[in-house]
Design a protein around this ligand. Structure first.
Ligand code: GDP
Length: 471
């Protein structure tokens, strides 16, 4: 689905518009709102007439804010999200008149939204009308922003939604055609190198007492920066941040579980609901397991851990499994117990999560402060694979080779696939264009996935292959 990001200064009604677009459908909240100003990104599937698109509600974008402050950070996050969207709705409010901050947002958008179609939408227009000229005046003023004529709407009453539909429809349709033709717009495909240089969002998840807090300290070392809480940030969104080999790594929802683990030590189990929510904010998920428990139970993952691991993969997140507390197995290195852990865990994970081949498994002892390098190497490698982009030319050369070296049972697959293209990275998503209405079988999809992983060295991450029929 194409992605539309709503941007604008606070209080123009971004969330109201977002709510109207997604109606009663569920929104994924990346952070939580405080009293009036939402400072987080919400995501939902918008329904507007027969249009469906992904809509993101950005908030708290204040271009003037100095970096390092909360607003600066929000702007940075918003820019990151903008670069992954295809369209932006620049929202202003008619009733308030044009404000200096609107101009700043406009300036910011011109700088950051290159190649992203932006439409200007004027909210709170329900009481304006052309009879007294108020609509014309407000529109004229808004025109000065340089984003064309505004579309007057009211997110509250629903006024103007038909016009909004009219403006979005041709844009979205054009985009869909481009996707179908394999020529995706620039906005959605920043280059490989740019992409993988963006801050990496990392979540550490696991049951209480597996050593997440200890591990976090190992990762942060002296670079520790605990961020927040500042006014406007709820505790849940406090993040730790550190640098690793020139990269910025954000630890997602660190404070959330730090608090919880303190309170819930003991029999508390992994909160699947909470963890799922946090996974949505992360790009790479580190799932921590306890080596001693594995050795005792002779089983690599408990049910909740399997659920979380599968969920991460299904949501297209990169997964790195860390088996902690290896020190407790010391001295038993030649025993059956030890072999069981290092040998069996990767194999078992492969069986439990067959969609992804070669999920990285790292064995560490956070208590001994070891494992930072080993973990981060896997995290970054996984992230780079996750961001990978392959050109259509390269993919089709590859397709020819793959087809010729594999003898399909029915020999028909080769004729079925006309061409193959990558529509996005993060995670790599491909489209196979097939002739007519003959779908590729699961076996064929599995084979293509496996070949992509092997030939481009992108094992260990979720890869998606979609198919479209060329009639
Ligand atoms: P969390 O609930 O997942 O955050 O777990 P903690 O980091 O609070 O660790 C739980 C307990 O396990 C603490 O007593 C830690 O000292 C201990 N622990 C953490 N990592 C290791 C490790 O690598 N080896 C050993 N032996 N103990 C560890």
């Amino acid at each position: 689905l194409p992605t539309v990001l709503i941007v604008g200064r606070p209080n123009v009604g971004k969330s109201a518009l977002f709510n109207r677009l997604i109606r009663r459908r569920e929104a994924i909240v990346y952070n939580t709102p405080d009293d009036h100003v939402t400072r987080d990104i919400r995501e939902g599937i918008a329904k507007l007439g027969d249009l469906r698109f992904r809509v993101l509600d950005s908030a708290g974008l204040e271009a003037a804010a100095s970096s390092g402050s909360i607003l600066g950070r929000t702007a940075e996050i918003t820019a990151n999200i903008l670069s992954k969207s295809q369209f932006a709705i620049f929202l202003i409010a008619a009733r308030d008149g044009l404000q200096p901050m609107d101009l700043q947002v406009g300036k910011w958008l011109r700088r950051h939204a290159q190649g992203i179609s932006t439409i200007l939408v004027m909210n709170k227009s329900e009481s304006l009308d052309d009879g007294d000229g108020s609509l014309t005046t407000a529109s004229g003023e808004a025109y000065r922003l340089g984003f064309g004529d505004p579309i007057p709407i009211s997110a509250e009453t629903g006024f103007g939604m038909a016009e909004l539909y009219g403006a979005l429809r041709p844009l979205l349709e054009e985009y869909m055609v481009q996707v179908l033709n394999g020529e995706v717009t620039k906005g959605s495909s920043p280059s490989e190198s740019e992409d993988s240089k963006l801050p990496l969002q990392l979540a550490i998840v696991g049951r209480p007492n597996v050593g997440k807090s200890t591990l976090l300290n190992t990762l942060l070392q002296e670079d520790r920066v605990l961020v927040g809480p500042e006014a406007g940030l709820t505790r849940d969104s406090i993040r730790a941040q550190f640098q690793y080999e020139g990269r910025t790594i954000y630890m997602v929802d660190t404070a959330g579980w730090l608090e919880r683990t303190k309170q819930e030590k003991g029999p508390a189990s992994l909160s699947i609901m909470q963890t799922r929510k946090n996974l949505m904010r992360a790009q790479i998920v580190v799932l921590v397991l306890d080596a001693e428990e594995i050795a005792k139970a002779r089983r690599s993952m408990k049910h909740a851990e399997v659920v979380i691991a599968r969920h991460a993969v299904e949501e297209g997140r990169g997964l790195v499994v860390v088996v902690n507390k290896m020190d407790l197995l010391k001295g038993r290195q030649n025993s059956k117990l030890y072999d069981n852990v290092t040998g069996a865990v990767p194999q078992e994970i492969q069986k439990l999560i067959p969609q992804v081949t070669g999920i990285p498994v790292v064995f560490v002892s956070a208590l001994e402060g070891r494992g930072r390098k080993a973990i981060m190497r896997q995290v970054i490698e996984t992230y780079e694979k996750w961001c990978l982009r392959l050109s259509t030319a390269r993919l089709n050369r590859w397709l020819c080779k793959v087809m010729s070296r594999h003898s399909w049972k029915d020999q028909a697959t080769q004729a079925k696939i006309k061409y193959f293209t990558q529509v996005k990275g993060r995670p790599p998503t491909f489209v196979a264009f097939v002739k007519g209405s003959t779908d590729l079988s699961d076996t064929e999809i599995r084979f293509l996935t496996k070949s992509l992983m092997d030939d481009f060295n992108i094992g260990g991450i979720p890869i998606r292959i979609l198919q479209r029929s060329l009639s």
